[in-house]
Design a protein around this ligand. Structure first.
Ligand SMILES: *Cc1c(COP(=O)(O)O)cnc(C)c1O
Length: 305
């Protein structure tokens, strides 16, 4: 595992023209399967798991989930039994994400979409514990307070000064963790990949209300909600075109669910002079590249070749 993840300067003509400096925090290079921010979010959960006397670690996700695969791999490496509760029916053959998860020893259980919506309620988790015994439950996407605290490490690893840091948002845990580590003059910008991404503000608030003196950081966090491309896992040709061009220019691959939208949004903000001259900006590449193969098969297209 590559920790700390590299910080890479990006030199594009547009950045010179706008007189800004840009670095990418390459969490995508942490590991192929334990993708980016998913390692950050699992780290302290694994610690807690080890401190208890649990027989398995259980979590939730969609059929293409980066978090499911990351959990399976971490479980394999740390000798932890893992159970994945998957949204919807089983489809055979399994897609590449679930195939790898099973090969790493994860036990999969499928629940209907309506049951899946109840997954974080007490009756649902009580029933899981009654059926499965003493299990450690990590919410979908690793979005609990341990996950948030793990994401603080992203900023703590950065040794140089900066003014802005950007991340994409699913649950908002990564943004919340980044926000916790900011200095007074720094700002974090979240780009939600879901439609109606304003809800992330409430999620971040909920995380912060569990930590002493954390709500003060809310003032340093901003959301740009216009870059969801129709919603979670939705895409448009313009997004894929952007990802291809960006790859040609930078040699950095992005994924269509998360980081493609992040970098699209970032470049759009640059073009529209959102960042003042001389800004120092860090974009966190949160990973997610494992999902490309499944996405390509599902939509019968090829992103990069
Ligand atoms: C899960 C994931 C996210 C979302 O992170 P949250 O902490 O849930 O907001 C962002 N990017 C990638 C690549 C992910 O896999």
């Amino acid at each position: 595992m590559q920790i700390p993840s590299p910080l890479q300067k990006l030199d594009l003509p547009l950045f010179n023209q706008k007189e800004i400096e840009v670095w990418v925090k390459r969490d995508d290079l942490i590991h192929d399967e334990i993708s980016g921010n998913k390692w950050r979010k699992l780290k302290y959960n694994i610690q807690k798991y080890k401190e208890g006397n649990y027989k398995a670690l259980l979590t939730f996700g969609g059929a293409y989930s980066n978090h499911i695969l990351a959990t399976a791999k971490v479980g394999f490496d740390f000798g932890i039994n893992t159970i994945g509760i998957i949204r919807g029916e089983e489809h055979l053959p399994l897609n590449p994400t679930l195939q790898k998860a099973v090969a790493l020893g994860m036990e999969l259980k499928y629940v209907s979409r309506s049951d899946y919506r109840e997954k974080h309620t007490k009756p649902f988790t009580d029933k899981l514990i009654k059926d499965l015994g003493n299990i450690y439950i990590v919410p979908e996407g690793g979005g609990n307070i341990e996950g948030v605290l793990g994401c603080k490490n992203i900023v703590e690893e950065i040794e140089q000064d900066f003014d802005y840091i950007l991340t994409d948002c699913g649950t908002g845990a990564t943004l919340a963790g980044i926000g916790l580590a900011l200095k007074k003059h720094q700002k974090a910008i979240g780009i939600p990949v879901l439609k109606g991404g304003g809800f992330i503000e409430k999620e971040v608030y909920n995380f912060y209300s569990q930590i002493d003196n954390a709500t003060q950081f809310l003032a340093q966090i901003d959301l740009k909600t216009a870059y969801h491309f129709g919603g979670y896992a939705k895409h448009k040709p313009a997004l894929l075109d952007f990802m291809r061009t960006f790859y040609k220019q930078t040699n950095i691959k992005t994924d269509p669910i998360y980081t493609g939208k992040l970098f699209y949004g970032f470049m759009d903000l640059v073009e529209n002079d959102y960042f003042p001259n001389h800004s120092k900006i860090i974009v966190v590449h949160t990973g997610g590249l494992q999902g490309i193969e499944g996405f390509e098969k599902r939509y019968k297209l090829s992103i990069y070749s």
